[in-house]
Design a protein around this ligand. Sequence first.
Ligand code: TYD
Length: 138
Amino acid sequence: MITPEQPILINLPKIEDARGNLSFIEEFAHVPFKIERTFWIYDVPGGAVRGGHAYRTTHEFIVALSGSFDVVVSDGSKTQKFLLNRSYYGLFVPKLFWRHMENFSTNSFALVLTDQPYRESDYIRDWSIYSKIRSGNA
Ligand code: TYD
């Protein structure tokens, strides 16, 4: 699976069944990386915004396992908004894309898969530093 260079929605398998549907994610088959870490965001109060940073090297795949929210991604100049509201697709966000998540519905549940362990040093939390890196001035 080729690693996309842009944020992209990826459809996941959906096994429909009268007893309830089932979806799944396998590394390299449905996400273009080896899964090193999983975390999830839940109990988000109304109006809260998560994210607001980029990663130097980490790729992410975000799924709305329950409810809905928007993921806003930017490459420093162009901004795109993706609505995640089904558990059978997710958003791949490559490294070096600024992102935040907003408009969380009540009881929404965001599952995030990444290709790296947590390292604060991989975060870029300052937009001006991010802009300089993106424009080649850092
Ligand atoms: P952060 O990624 O800044 O949250 P968000 O981008 O959703 O607003 O993480 C919030 C805090 O949690 C921060 O102190 C780092 C910590 N954290 C970990 O310890 N491990 C992890 O895997 C993640 C994602 C965060």
